[in-house]
Design a protein around this ligand. Structure first.
Ligand code: ADP
Ligand code: MG
Length: 361
């Protein structure tokens, strides 16, 4: 096990995408989720750590060793990492045990120890008794567990997971998610887990690193990214908030930019100060609905324990979490009442996160 450190890492593809100025330290035994929408650079960062890409700038450090940058380059097979990707890359023509034993064979571990460690790894992922099976006779979830056993068998410095559950159905994903949490706790391995699924990131990680367009927007424990987003983007991606451009009229009263319609907020959170212009982040659970008003219900979705109303409000889209007893239907006219909201001053599109180390240059 080891800590993993990215110092001011940047990589630009010829096509323009990539990552820039990424500084992130993952502590020994810590579980960090890289969370962001598709194309935000999650896989690129993971490949930079894994050694499948070489950074244009900055350094990657695993344990005490600089593995990339400053003229150094340690190839993937010598970084001592375990990796699992979305598409379970298990070899179909080899048995489960042969698949799992492969990294040990490469490392020239003797036969007796190999067999013992394969048995341990299979037990760890709940596949004891599957050693002689061929992957094609296994379910998708079982194959993903084979990949996980193979990633863990070499006792890696860190485990890199790239959307490992994305191709599985919801029930299986939930179960493997819970199992992964328990398993990682038992092994104490350092984990970098890439996902676009915020519930997965919030449920599993010690800290969540939110990526937008190749840059880190916030790195913090799950409760903190959820309750105290640093940027409008984090509020919208992590807690589903609507982002509404406003002008502040008083401490609790705002005017919508454009229409000038005015409304009040019960509790205004303004961690970065209140200025005249800004963006309000309004989460579905912060919105209540009263009958009669200028907002139109476009859809009312039954969610099991609540309903989610999708509103058109003064040419903005807004969502409200409402009790299932509320008889709200598509086409109804309602007035949104805001219990709370977070204000971001307009100048503050990105805010410096003390968790993000600044460039040493
Ligand atoms: P994510 O994993 O978050 O979906 P990626 O790291 O795969 O994002 O991609 C980040 C950006 O870099 C995207 O704009 C993507 O199109 C681009 N990109 C990814 N891989 C390559 C590549 N091999 N060549 C060129 N552009 C790429
Ligand atoms: Mg990806």
């Amino acid at each position: 096990m080891a800590r993993v450190e990215l110092n001011d890492v940047g990589l630009l593809y010829e096509t323009g995408g990539g990552v820039s100025d990424v500084s992130l330290s993952i502590e020994d035994g810590e579980f960090v989720a890289l969370l962001g929408p598709s194309g935000s650079g999650k896989s690129t960062l993971l490949r930079l750590v894994g050694g499948f890409l070489n950074p244009d700038t900055g350094t990657v450090v695993i344990g005490k060793e600089t593995v990339a940058g400053k003229g150094r380059w340690i190839p993937p097979e010598r970084r001592n990492l375990g990796m699992v990707f979305q598409q379970h890359a298990v070899w179909p023509h080899r048995t489960v045990a042969e698949n799992v034993a492969y990294p040990l064979k490469l490392a020239k571990v003797g036969r007796a120890e190999r067999e013992e460690r394969v048995r341990e790894a299979l037990e760890l992922v709940g596949l004891e008794g599957f050693a002689d099976r061929r992957p094609e006779t296994l379910s998708g979830g079982q194959r993903q567990r084979v990949a996980l056993a193979r990633a863990l068998v070499g006792r890696p410095a860190a485990l890199l997971l790239d959307e490992p559950f994305a191709s599985l159905d919801a029930a299986l994903r939930d179960r493997l998610r819970a199992e992964l949490g328990a398993l990682v706790g038992r092994t104490g391995v350092t984990v970098i887990h890439v996902t676009h699924d915020r519930t997965e990131a919030l449920a599993l990680a010690d800290r969540v690193a939110v990526l937008k367009e190749g840059r880190l927007e916030q790195v913090a424990p799950p409760r903190e990214v959820y309750a105290s987003p640093k940027t409008p983007f984090v509020a919208s991606f992590v807690s589903d908030a609507a982002l509404i451009p406003v002008e502040a009229a008083s401490e609790k009263r705002f005017e919508l930019k454009g229409s000038g319609a005015s409304f009040e907020i019960g509790e205004v959170l303004a961690p970065y100060g209140l200025s005249r212009e800004g963006t309000l982040a309004l989460r579905p659970q912060d919105v209540e609905l009263v009958p009669g008003g200028r907002a139109i219900v476009r859809a009312a979705l039954f969610m099991g324990d609540s309903c989610e109303a999708h509103l058109e409000w003064e040419s903005h889209s807004l969502r409200a979490r409402i009790p299932i007893e509320a008889r709200i239907e598509s086409g109804d006219r309602v007035r949104p009442v805001f219990t709370s909201g977070t204000f971001f001053p307009v100048s503050q599109t990105t805010i410096q996160d003390p968790n993000l180390k600044r460039s040493q240059r």
